[in-house]
Design a protein around this ligand. Structure first.
Ligand code: ADP
Ligand code: MG
Length: 270
């Protein structure tokens, strides 16, 4: 199950993982009233859809003027956003996130997933933040660093120090990186996460770390023990046929064309 960026960031806050101040809104009015409360040199309006690549598709807008935020929200709500992850039909924007602009010094890439070969939770990091990791893997695989965590021992501070060193972080950012990864690992395990991606993870001009983007996908088999996570499901973002099938406990994967495929396991079926 996927969730929106604003929901992932709310979860990050619960685990003390630093994210920009922000709020999700459904309307221009709500957006304007939140912006009055938010004081920042730069305001960022971000389309909330279950797809990445929003920046390049016009789904992330920045302005220095508080008075322009309402207009940006108006422009974005109801728009069909086509990114390289939505397919040509695009996705309609029904919610936007308004947040403070961050003073970006460096953009890094960070994710956690289960490595299929080792079965271990594994950090994937790269200095090439802001780029698609698939693209980095294709053109400069040496810039991708993998670090597995033995689940029986759990996360240890040295994992954080190794990551900090490999990313070439300054000394003062080593301890914050250890804390950042330790909190992230705890979230990953406790909430039954299948994939967690922060792209970009930012080093700010003030020498802090902050998660600027947040993508979290949960393992459907763990939802029964995390009701708070289950409640984040946004059916409007999912394919209506898949939603109907899931109501009956069926694994159904919508494909292009006219042939449906329905068996006892989605992976097996594929
Ligand atoms: P996507 O991955 O869908 O394109 P991101 O959240 O990664 O969306 O945003 C795209 C880019 O927009 C980021 O790489 C960053 O440069 C910029 N950006 C996003 N949020 C902020 C913010 N709060 N402050 C400053 N810049 C931002
Ligand atoms: Mg991103």
């Amino acid at each position: 199950m996927n969730v929106h960026e604003y929901q992932a960031k709310a979860l990050f806050r619960q685990y003390n993982i630093p994210v920009p101040r922000g709020k999700m809104v459904h309307s221009v009015q709500e957006g304007e009233s939140w912006t009055r409360e938010l004081d920042s040199p730069v305001y960022v309006v971000k389309a909330q859809i279950h797809a990445g690549g929003r920046g390049k598709a016009g789904g992330v807008k920045l302005t220095k003027k508080k008075t322009e935020v309402g207009g940006l929200v108006k422009e974005m709500l109801g728009k069909v956003l086509v990114t390289h992850q939505t397919g040509p039909e695009g996705k309609e924007v029904q919610k936007v996130l308004i947040e403070e602009g961050v003073n970006i010094q460096r953009e890094l890439y960070l994710s956690i997933l289960i490595d299929r070969d080792t079965g271990w939770p594994t950090f994937i990091v790269s200095t090439q933040g802001g780029m698609e990791i698939e693209e980095v893997a294709a053109h400069s695989p040496e810039k991708i660093i993998k670090l597995g965590v033995d689940p029986s021992a759990g996360f240890k501070p040295f994992h954080g120090r190794v990551v900090a060193a490999r990313l070439g972080l300054e000394k003062e950012l080593v301890a914050p990186m250890v804390t950042f990864l330790s909190d992230l690992y705890r979230l990953f395990i406790e909430k039954g996460v299948a994939l967690l991606e922060i792209n970009p993870l930012v080093v700010t001009g003030e020498k802090t770390l902050i998660a600027l983007d947040a993508k979290v996908a949960f393992d459907d088999n763990s939802l029964f023990k995390n009701w708070d996570v289950k409640e984040m499901r946004d059916l409007a973002e999912e394919d209506p046929l898949e939603v109907r099938a899931s109501q009956y406990g069926l694994n159904y994967v919508k494909l292009d064309g006219e042939i449906g495929c329905m068996v006892n396991g989605a992976g097996l079926a594929m």
